[in-house]
Design a protein around this ligand. Sequence first.
Ligand code: NAD
Length: 497
Amino acid sequence: MNNPAAQPQQSPLPILTHYIGGQPVVSNRPPFANIDPATGEIAAHVHEADTGIVDQAVQAARAALHGPWGRFTDPQRAAVLRRVADGIRARFDEFLAAEIRDTGKPAELASHLDIPRGAANFDVFADQIANLATETFRSPTPDGRGALNYGLRTPRGVIAVICPWNLPLLLMTWKVAPALACGNTVVVKPSEETPSTTTLLAEVMNDAGVPPGVFNVVHGFGPDSAGQYLTEHPGVNGITFTGETRTGTAIMKAAAVGVRPVSFELGGKNAALVFADCDLDAAVAGVTRSAFLNAGQVCLGTERVYVERPVFDEFVRRLKAAAEKLQPGDPYAEGTTFGPLISRGHRDKVLSYYARARNEGATVVTGGGIPALPAPLSGGWWVEPTIWTGLPADSTVLTEEIFGPCCHIAPFDREDEAVAAANDSPYGLATSIWTQDLTRAHRVAAAIEVGIAWVNCWFLRDLRTAFGGAKQSGIGREGGVHGLEFYTELRNVCIKL
Ligand code: NAD
């Protein structure tokens, strides 16, 4: 698990430490290497937490619940969150560089999506907590005087935040901001692939006046490492996790000990439905984004496209042309629109599906291999954007989440046939529906078993709305008031009048 090639003493590369109780903390385990996916070169060294470090972080978070943070009013916490948002914006270039070093994604993408959303997440939950109301009920009593019930929301306690690598700052702050808004303290375990922006955020937290111990960071892997130690720690009161459904299963088992609540955003195998009456320009542009943005490493991304037969051939031809225009390259170069996959292991996985599609008789419309790039990019984890047609519905390429820049396009003749195909999945995260028929749009949006249905758009987010997956794509909802169910304990106070 630890990379023996990592020699931090002889290296000028960044060394990322844990962050506990407002201080950088190192551990005894040898640091592991963080690889730049664009080049395959070592970009940083990262300390790995053992059980002692994780325990230290959880204890710091517990202690902070009862320190000054516990006495902060809602407006005071909201003000701190706004300072955190401002602090990210003030160090925008550092966050951008850190995110690009970890992921290799184009600067064009990270500067418009990852970093601004990372900051905006703090603003939106500052607004939320400043405007929070709870329910009240007047109840009749036999003596005629009645009783008054009102809800009281209190922090849940220490929240373990376990994050994936695809949108590191965005998805981590999407959990940390509501957790802190509600008065909890957190221990964050970023993905081993993308430790940098979380580490940087710890500095911003300090500068913004977040008391020591409220925001803690431990680095490491999942099993037999920081992730497992943190989720098994009895001092953790709730676990919020975004990642693979299989990992969610392991974490749920850990959470069962002590009957701790979980909030899960998991995998998907999302379908796009393109009807013949759609605006085809918009549909092609939308599916190009939903299939290939972030090299397909977006949980909401489209890997199954169903197109009504009259426009099938034209749609395939135009999506192929759009995919072939995507430009891999140096993340900072002007015109780069396509990044690498996150790791060698993930590229092996994606390429195994590319091979499987060929072996199962798919027509490869475009892609299917590794692009030829000059050094140093030739050492990175690149694959080509890939489109297939002609696979049977039960192909694993069509049923399992690949999480790469690829999609399969199948024709359909009837609306109910397309809806049934979209629903034929254990996952239920998101869908996008392309049609100009408003009645159809409402009908199909309601019929597809997902947490999020987009019509004539994709990944258009109002952060006040519910976000989450149906079926095996998640448990609970994030966003707006919906996350309060997880981040607070709702109590009822009943007063006899
Ligand atoms: P992953 O499940 O491999 O890892 C996610 C995190 O869990 C990492 O920090 C990892 O170290 C940790 N982890 C792994 N095993 C663990 C264990 N046994 N105990 C505790 N922690 C453990 O996921 P990934 O590869 O980082 O991310 C890609 C996956 O995330 C895809 O399946 C994707 O669909 C999903 N995802 C979902 C959403 C959503 O909102 N639904 C968003 C982004 C990504």
